[in-house]
Ligand binder design. Structure first.
Ligand code: TXA
Ligand code: MG
Length: 309
């Protein structure tokens, strides 16, 4: 069921869950002040209770009542990247944020999104928690129709078209005097170097105790079995590749875009993974001979996770 932004905000204030677009991916939104709606989000997604939610705000100033002091370079980061696809994990006043949202931690994650629909809704609704609007483990939704695929045609969603970034926000936490990336995302490490004066380290998603609990879980995966290969000469059937490349004859090529434009590849990534499911493809070859700088790092990581079974 498609809604306008003001209608979505009204439902949110009443304690309903609705999906709205952000510049990264579609989010499944609930009001921070509606405990039953927050609980419904965990149930709808099949999300483990120990995986906390991101609090979304209309502006940087709304963060003040929640936080217990602000770390060095917070203002510089907020100034540079909000509104936008950056999430910061901060120490909070635990009484100001429901325990479920924090998954019992003494920190919470915050983001000020940039998408005009998300901004309009947030201005009318107040702070919202918003995980990506997909069933846990499925590729995130980057179009309204993906939300319908996962939650059904009756589910309330605001259609804001295709998400321009196509990858989730980059999440950072400050530890031992430096900012560290705990989930790679739509902003590359290099983007933060300009503001921080150093390249933030990326905490490996493979550690047993990740700083970002969501990294523990299977993610982004289509039903198809993905073969990640650097040499596509033995590929057959369906393959995922790039505009400039030539692939074996007889293959059906789903192109992610141009190797010159990683932002275009990011935008089409989840849509293409979901397309495999729509077409009931059971296996596909993925061309992993890609650069390793900037956004390509995130793209590589998402494809690697999508291929895990
Ligand atoms: O781009 C995005 O960030 C999207 C859009 C809708 O804003 N949201 C999103 O939410 O990706 P979700 O729930 O799919 O991912 C949130 C991630 C999870 O991996 C969770 O573990 C982590 O943020 N997270 C939340 N609170 C945290 C905290 N206090 N400490 C560490 N990680 C946290
Ligand atoms: Mg997610």
């Amino acid at each position: 069921m498609y809604l306008s932004a003001p209608d979505a905000a009204a439902l949110l204030r009443e304690g309903r869950v609705v999906a709205i677009p952000t510049e990264t991916v579609y989010g499944l939104a609930a009001s921070l002040e509606q405990p039953s709606a927050v609980a419904e989000i965990f149930a709808l997604k099949g999300r483990p209770a120990n995986n906390p939610l991101i609090i979304h705000l209309a502006s940087r100033d709304q963060i003040n009542p929640f936080v217990d002091g602000l770390p060095e370079d917070f203002e510089a980061l907020a100034q540079a990247f909000w509104p936008g696809p950056m999430t910061l994990v901060l120490d909070v006043k635990v009484d100001a944020i429901p325990e479920k949202v924090r998954a019992g931690l003494a920190t919470a994650a915050f983001r000020v999104p940039q998408h005009p629909v998300a901004r309009e809704v947030l201005q009318l609704s107040g702070p919202l928690v918003m995980p990506s609007a997909n069933l846990s483990g499925r590729p995130s939704a980057t179009m309204a129709k993906h939300v319908v695929e996962d939650f059904g045609a009756d589910f309330p969603v605001v259609d804001g078209g295709a998400c321009q970034r196509g990858l989730e926000s980059t999440i950072l936490i400050r530890q031992r005097g430096r900012w560290t990336i705990i989930r790679q995302g739509a902003l590359s490490p290099e983007a933060f170097e300009l503001v921080l004066g150093y390249l933030p380290a990326i905490q490996s998603a493979n550690t047993k105790t990740p700083l970002c609990p969501g990294q523990l879980y299977r993610h982004y995966a289509p039903k198809a079995h993905l073969h990640l290969v650097k040499d596509m000469s033995d590929a057959r059937g369906v393959l995922i590749g790039y505009d400039e490349r030539h692939y074996p004859a007889g293959c059906r090529v789903l192109s992610l875009g141009s190797l010159k434009h990683p932002e275009q590849v990011a935008e089409s990534l989840y849509k293409t993974l979901r397309q495999l499911d729509e077409e009931s493809v059971s296996e596909a070859y993925v061309d992993m001979d890609i650069p390793s700088d900037g956004l390509w790092k995130t793209i590589f990581e998402r494809l690697a996770k999508a291929a895990q079974s």
